[in-house]
Design a protein around this ligand. Structure first.
Ligand code: NAI
Length: 358
């Protein structure tokens, strides 16, 4: 059996730090496990274009393992060429890099390590909210430059206490963000999701559901995006929706870059309609050098909290998703049923309700 893994390159860091398991160098710890059973493992970060390792090797691979941090984009076209492909394993959470409808049509299973990095992301979201609301990044840059002008920073620095914060998507990550915000004494915690939180869960964080997306964003000082990318969420935060945001609101997106319209977000930050935008996910990864989200700033020179995609790939998270990916692989090899919560599509249909209402 041929297993193809598309991972990000770790270079020197991965040689020095073996806990960087999700890298090309450390191969999710799978090589010995697979080769001792007579299987072939091909690992690469080379994924773009018809001559890439990914596009050449996928043709006869039975298993594809890839990671949202450096995704091998499994398009319909590639699925049609991948005649042996039976299962795609996401080392992490979020399987939008696979054309899920095409996977269904071809009977390919898509499984991810559900829950493996949801705390890692929720912590990053809380950090990003704080760094935007408190105007942290320009304050630090000022210090590095050797300057000291408190009023230039304080003019756009606020407390999180007393603000309205809402999560678009209240699943594993969205709910954990709400839980972590409780001690900040926000004015209100809101959520927008077609799936209502269980009553006890909503009550324990005192979160109110808003059923219209426009109304939801118009009530929030901070919006955090925590839903998967699918047909119903691609470009959901676009110029039309941004008009409904409060002037000066902050937007954090650690879900998927393509949920937010690249140019509309840039325009909203640059005009000051949004005071800031932060996150770690980009519409294409790696993001091109000239991607506007790298450098966009609000009119006062701040409001950008963008980083490379790493919130869910802390060393703690890597240990969990490497173990989980191996378990999924082991189940596949031994014919054991997969843990239901890990299945995204299986047996020609969606196994989760999180990828859109059908
Ligand atoms: P989950 O499946 O537990 O929750 C997703 C929630 O989004 C569900 O409650 C679902 O009903 C809701 N949802 C789906 N479509 C919606 C829509 N149109 N409007 C409102 N709500 C909608 O997933 P989890 O674990 O919370 O992860 C969410 C996403 O976060 C992942 O799919 C992935 O894209 C992203 N993620 C990012 C990471 C990072 O490193 N930046 C790491 C892990 C996940």
């Amino acid at each position: 059996m041929k297993v193809l893994a598309i991972l990000y390159k770790g270079y020197e860091a991965a040689k020095q730090e073996p806990r960087l398991l999700g890298t090309v160098e450390n191969e999710l710890g799978l090589r010995q496990f697979l080769e001792s059973q007579g299987h072939t493992l091909i690992v690469s970060d080379d994924k773009e274009g018809p001559d890439s390792v990914f596009q050449k090797e996928i043709v006869d691979a039975e298993v594809l393992i890839t990671t949202p941090f450096h995704p091998g984009y499994l398009t319909r076209d590639l699925i049609e060429k991948a005649k042996n492909l039976k299962i795609c394993i996401t080392a992490g959470v979020g399987s939008d890099h696979v054309d899920l409808n095409a996977a269904n049509e071809h009977g390919i299973t898509v499984a991810e390590v559900s829950g493996s990095n949801v705390v890692s992301v929720a912590e990053h979201v809380v950090m990003s909210i704080l760094l935007l609301v408190r105007n942290f990044v320009p304050a630090h840059e000022m210090i590095e430059r050797g300057d000291w002008q408190v009023s230039d920073i304080a003019r756009l620095a606020f407390d999180l206490e007393g603000k309205v914060v809402g999560t678009l998507g209240a699943g594993r990550i969205g709910y954990r963000v709400l839980q972590r915000l409780v001690p900040f004494d926000c004015k209100e915690l809101l959520y927008f999701d077609y799936a209502a939180l269980p009553e006890a869960a909503a009550k324990s964080v005192n979160a109110r559901r808003v059923e219209s997306l426009e109304e939801f964003v118009s009530q929030c000082d901070v919006v955090t995006v925590n839903c998967p990318l699918h047909e119903g969420t691609r470009g959901l935060v676009n110029a039309d929706l941004l008009k409904h945001f409060k002037k000066g609101a902050w937007l954090v997106n650690t879900a998927r870059g393509a949920i937010c319209d690249k140019d509309a977000v840039k325009a909203a930050v640059e005009s000051g309609h949004l005071s800031g935008y932060a996150g770690d996910v980009w519409n294409v990864q790696p993001a091109p050098k000239d991607h506007p989200w790298r450098t966009m700033k609000n009119p006062l020179g701040g409001g950008n909290g963008m980083v490379p995609h790493y919130s869910g790939t802390t060393l703690d998270a890597q240990a969990r998703y490497a173990t989980g990916a191996k378990e999924i692989l082991e189940n596949y090899l031994t014919g054991k049923p997969q843990t239901p919560a890990n299945l995204i599509v299986a047996g020609g249909t969606y196994a989760t309700k999180a990828y859109g209402q059908r």
